[in-house]
Design a protein around this ligand. Sequence first.
Ligand code: SF4
Length: 448
Amino acid sequence: MADTHDRELPVGSLRITTGCQYCAVGCGYSALLVPVGADLHDTETFPEASGFITPAMRGRIRYRGSSFDAAVVPDVRCRLNKGNHSVRGGSVGSNLVSHDGSGRSTRDRLTTPAVRRADGELQPISWQMLNALMARLLSETTQLQARDGRISVGHPERLGVKLFEYQFLENTYAATKLFYSLFGTPNVAFHDRPSAAGSSPGLADTGFSPHDFAYKDVRDQSDLIFVVGANPYENQSVFWMNYCSGKRAIVLDPRRTATAQDAVDAGGLHLQPTRLGADSLVLHAMAREIIRRWLDFDDSRALTDFPLRPGIHAAAASLPVLAAEDAGGGLSRAKLPAARRRASRALGFLEFARDFLRVDDPDSPYTLARASQASGIDPDRLGEAVDLLFDASKERLSEQPKVAILYEKGLIWGFNYHNTAAVGALGLLTGAYLERGRPGGRARGRRP
Ligand code: SF4
């Protein structure tokens, strides 16, 4: 949305409502463009800016054939960030492409494709040469042939593709259409996973969408936030600052991140593994201990008739539905693997607690002591974390409990299935399931 000839600005200025390019939080920004030579004033001419326009928010660009001095500021009118911004978001202006070379980041950008020579040096080449080179390599590798207006691909499996997804939808759409539809290779890996699958298959199998919460649910409905393998204070800063900071939080991360420090400062906990690779063991041990305390909470209840939370019933009840839809072809291809796995291998609560976690067996592989020993997490801290999770989830066994679980690549880029299934199971047990509603995210634009 742009307004020309704004009353308060020099003639020819533009004000454009836009968004931050950097992370999935999706903060709102406003770009003020004034013709080069005119005075780019301060916040008085820019009411959507909440304060001082820093040098990092400024840049110079060409837009529709004219040169502008630009300021890109976090927009106070945006309900999400309300004028707040992170270090990254505050540098959008200085990272604008500047065709006259005045922009700081522009000078470092490649302006042509390049191929790496045998001696290791990058050799700039033209786009025409690149296209010819790629066409020849791709068609010879896959034995692509065009004859009588028809295209045939002899060996699609010889082509492996690694796609970077953080880019414009048009690019990912075109790339996936080219490699899936034209070449037909099955070997396409997106940037954060080894195949064209969901990034959190274990979570899907426990009945969750990977993007399953609204920011305001975390802020308004959660008493406790459990952060696993994520550093949102630094990487989704506005979300953490506006919706999470100050709440009681547990952070499971081998590093003393800003998020971990913020959690500790607010009376929370930092679970700090010194040995990596034991995430699912730690999560399952916490789940086992919570179930054990539930049972101790009321000794008269046996495990077999323990009242489950509505979400657990819902997840279990959805299994036959999913199986039926699967058989009838009523599910999208993306959901079929999860539906099949759940229909054939999902555990009910009783099997999970009794046979998998072995809650009544002191020699269970999922004791807190074993988890502490394997991960190096201080056993006292681990026990305190279970105290917090139990306290936040015990009071309303039949109502919506007050736990939110946030996870990111530190969890899913490890033992992906085990870790995401474990976090899903813990979510069901602690009630960390909320209404559907995908926050932010990015349009991947895949076209299988
Ligand atoms: S949190 Fe920071 S990087 Fe993410 S969208 Fe907001 S300003 Fe941009």
